[in-house]
Design a protein around this ligand. Structure first.
Ligand code: FMC
Length: 265
């Protein structure tokens, strides 16, 4: 990953190229919602780690296990302590990604989750997208250079073989802290040229870039943002079916990664 689409610096190159020469051994899956996480947890027979290595008292949940030649950790930011709902959005995603990298030192991060899709850009409900790059659409700072900082563009780790073999759709992902879309958000999403819209991707990308861990983004479309149906209704209606599709996609991605070096992805 590289900020603002620039070439990565020498230190990052050295780090990634070292890791690129041996098969991936440790994968960290970051997922925002329990409904999205549990099918993956069950698929890989992951078990909850009681002593997660995270600070005492945080709601973050870590699941761990081995699958083929891979060590898999799946982290979920858990439920809000007072409201009891999933901690979706950028702040919990950043924190849990940061803490997980510190504790687990993964070779690769997979941010998997649901997203809204734009039919004008070819997205349909149930589609699985691999994000080519990730940016924010709700950090508007109209001052030169701060404007670019606000957009926070990061490139996903390039995985051309994975994309081709699994026939995944590729598109740009735009992240903001709202499920709905204000006119200002819409203008920024158009400027970001995004096909899919979520609430965590750019935050995971920021931390992954900060700590120089390659990251990919697997997003399953629950709702069509530029369609007729209200987003909340469509999201709730499709969530369970689409998370099943997400689990299947994540399984295929993991199967593909197994035994390969980063450079073979
Ligand atoms: N807009 C933004 N986020 C989402 C979305 C949409 N149309 N559909 N699905 C999502 C994802 C977000 O990343 C959250 O984790 C969750 O589902 C919705 O709260």
């Amino acid at each position: 990953m590289a900020p603002h689409g620039e070439k990565s610096d020498a230190a990052e190159d050295a780090m990634v190229s070292g890791a690129e020469k041996r098969p991936v051994s440790s994968v960290l899956i970051v997922i925002a919602m329990q409904t999205e996480a549990l099918p993956v947890v069950n698929k890989f027979n992951l078990t909850e780690v009681p002593d997660s290595g995270f600070p005492k008292g945080v709601p973050w949940v870590r699941y761990h296990g081995f699958y083929k030649d891979l060590e898999i950790n799946l982290v979920w930011p858990g439920k809000d302590e007072s409201l009891g709902v999933d901690c979706v959005g950028t702040a919990p995603a950043s924190l849990v990604t940061y803490a997980s990298i510190q504790v687990l030192q993964p070779d690769l991060i997979i941010n998997a989750g649901t997203a809204g899709g734009f039919k004008g850009k070819g997205a349909c409900v149930g589609d699985i997208y691999l994000a080519s790059d990730v940016a924010y659409h709700d950090r508007r700072i109209p001052i030169p250079v701060f404007d670019l900082y606000g957009v926070g563009l990061r490139l996903a780790y390039t995985t051309p073989s994975l994309q081709k073999e699994l026939e995944l759709k590729v598109g740009k992902l735009s992240t903001g802290n709202s499920l709905d879309m204000s006119p200002q958000d819409e203008a920024s999403i158009v400027a970001n040229d995004a096909t899919v819209k979520d609430m965590e991707g750019a935050a995971v990308a920021y931390v992954a870039d900060l700590l120089k861990v390659p990251a990919i983004f697997v997003k399953a479309v629950t709702d069509i943002v530029d369609g007729e149906k209200p987003t909340t209704e469509e999201f709730m209606q499709n969530l369970v079916a689409v998370t099943a599709a997400l689990e299947q996609a994540v399984t295929k991605v993991i199967d593909f990664i197994n035994g390969k070096c980063l450079s073979e992805l």
